[in-house]
Write a protein that binds this ligand. Structure first.
Ligand code: C5P
Length: 434
């Protein structure tokens, strides 16, 4: 397929090199069209060498070939990554002052734009209005990821990982217009241009109109006002699930123990303990189409929570001596939130219930065998089994999973892949069930 890779002038231009490689390795004929300012970040020689073609930024080169018309007309897909605030503005107003904007005006194929910029620029009403205009015209605008930006700042504005953009491009090429889309009706609120959680990222994806609940992070079970029993879950996989669901049009409630930045467009409910998580998940699940339990919920909690910090020494005993023996912590079982949802749903098919299971293979069975047994035991519809072990999964950006469906022998193996790619695969399976 003929793919045009437009690159605007942002620091994330370097990531477009990886996207170019992925597209070329998949057999596509890629023409790179950078803007003049993109060449400040990655030079012409790099683009020419990686694509094996000459690279132009203006309409005056090879004028007899009329490339500004031909490149756009012949393309099967145009992807702009990164799309800067300036490029979005020029595209939204139909300007044609360089080769890339000319290509965008002549292309009749699917167009994907992946904005990347500082959070303030992304949230500014002008940028949001341009994104809304482009979305309404059918451009697939991929919401930026949240996280560390160029300087010390962090927030929404990062270019998604090249593998994730590649997956979106492949989906657009195989099902034009069907993949998760953009920000129709994007709106910014407030003088500073803050974006309201529920209105800013409505899209026309396959989860449009669906209410989904995602739990994320590890619960913290207090021992006293200072200490808790916890686990190593970072919440990253749950956040990726929430972000991708927003991109695909869902109305997302994220019940979380994590302090990670909330994906733009999701509504977060912050909780700490398993009991708090259960209450929040149950409330949101009452009107949900899907509940994904990605959280690592503690199976036990301390039977008693001390009102004051437990001291190293426990005060004088009967003989008047301080007791410095270690206290014993009694534990009680936490409810299994997922099992509770399965029971409450009874025989109904809604909401679709998705569980996660961290497994290691051992003498009694493989990761998959343990996963199948757990799926049967839990009674949920989908079980995402991830392999855990030393240094694997927890806190990392990559994951390797096997997605199992109740009543099906088929297994979807995903990864090692970014947690965003894993999230996309999980929503593909859920979308099928819906
Ligand atoms: O049985 P196991 O803890 O491995 O099951 C994991 C799945 O069950 C996850 O989806 C997790 O969110 C959920 N779970 C739960 N309540 C618990 C423990 C786990 O909902 N108390």
């Amino acid at each position: 397929m003929k793919v045009v890779l437009g690159v605007a002038g942002g620091i994330a231009a370097y990531k477009a090199c990886s996207l170019l490689r992925l597209l070329s390795e998949a057999g596509h004929d890629v023409t790179v069209v950078p803007t003049a300012s993109a060449l400040h970040f990655v030079g012409e020689a790099t683009w020419s060498a990686l694509s094996g073609k000459p690279v132009h930024t203006d309409v005056w080169s090879d004028i007899t070939e009329v490339p500004h018309v031909r490149i756009g007309q012949e393309a099967d897909l145009v992807v702009v990554a990164p799309a800067t605030a300036d490029l979005l503005a020029r595209a939204a107003t139909g300007q044609a002052d360089d080769l890339l904007t000319n290509v965008l005006l002549t292309a009749r194929c699917p167009v994907v734009m992946a904005p990347a910029m500082h959070t303030e620029m992304w949230e500014h009403p002008a940028t949001q209005a341009n994104v809304a205009t482009l979305s309404e015209r059918g451009v697939h605008v991929v919401p930026p990821a949240s996280g560390r930006l160029t300087g010390q700042d962090s927030g929404p504005g990062r270019l998604p990982e090249p593998e994730d953009l590649f997956a979106i491009c492949q989906r657009e090429l195989s099902h034009p217009g069907a993949s998760p889309t953009s920000h129709a009706g994007a709106r910014a609120s407030g003088a500073a241009g803050g974006v309201s959680a529920d209105a800013s990222l409505k899209s026309r994806g396959d989860l449009e109109g669906r209410r989904v609940v995602v739990s994320a992070g590890g619960t913290r079970e207090p021992l006293d006002p200072v200490r808790y029993l916890g686990n190593r879950s970072s919440g990253k996989q749950g956040y990726a699930l929430a972000a991708v669901a927003v991109q695909r049009g869902a109305d997302v409630t994220l019940v979380t123990t994590s302090g990670l930045p909330v994906p733009p467009g999701a509504t977060a409910v912050h909780v700490e303990t398993a009991l708090e998580m259960q209450a929040a998940v149950r409330e949101a699940a009452a009107s949900a189409d899907v509940v994904v339990m990605a959280a690592a919920v503690a199976d036990f909690r301390p039977a008693q929570v001390a009102a004051h910090k437990i001291k190293k020494t426990h005060g004088p005993d009967a003989d008047g001596a301080a007791d410095d023996s270690a206290p014993t912590v009694a534990l009680v079982r936490n409810p299994d939130i997922l099992a509770g949802l399965v029971a409450e749903r009874g025989g109904a098919s809604a909401p679709v219930l998705v569980g996660f299971a961290a497994e290691t293979g051992d003498g009694t069975g493989s990761v998959l065998e343990h996963g199948r047994a757990k799926l049967a035991r839990k009674g949920c519809d989908v079980l995402v089994v991830n392999e855990v072990g030393a240094g694997v999964t927890f806190g990392k950006d990559e994951n390797t999973v096997h997605v199992l469906r109740r009543g099906s022998e088929q297994v979807l193996d995903v990864g090692p892949a970014t947690k965003t790619t894993v999230a996309g695969a999980v929503w593909d399976v859920v979308s099928d069930l819906l």
